[in-house]
Design a protein. Sequence first.
Length: 130
Amino acid sequence: MKPQPRLTLAATTLDAPDAHRLARFYQDLLGWPVRKEEPGWVEIGPPDGGAGLSFQTELLFARPRWPSARSEQQMMMHLDIEADDLPSAVEHAVALGATVADVQPQDDVRVLCDPAGHPFCLFVRTGPGA
């Protein structure tokens, strides 16, 4: 049997009407530097290495809807971002251009949408191992 090749997740890529604008939002939100930038494409990542986020301009981008509705573009994925202080993290994200979603399914998680409409969750880790 052939050995499995080594596979490593390098990044998650988000489409947007303007890759550079959305990358700046996440760069400011997470404090991550730009790894690569070219027309229609930006990569950011944590300064200590590891998987990052990439952004590509998609001219036919359709803003996702949260919560999902059958007749509109559904959310295909979302980012979970851990924070040390949930109210401060929400305030920081909103100051950068995020919006707080109308629907909040959990008390200890806040669903927000980035400037392109991608939902993301901010949370504080609780319980064992927190």
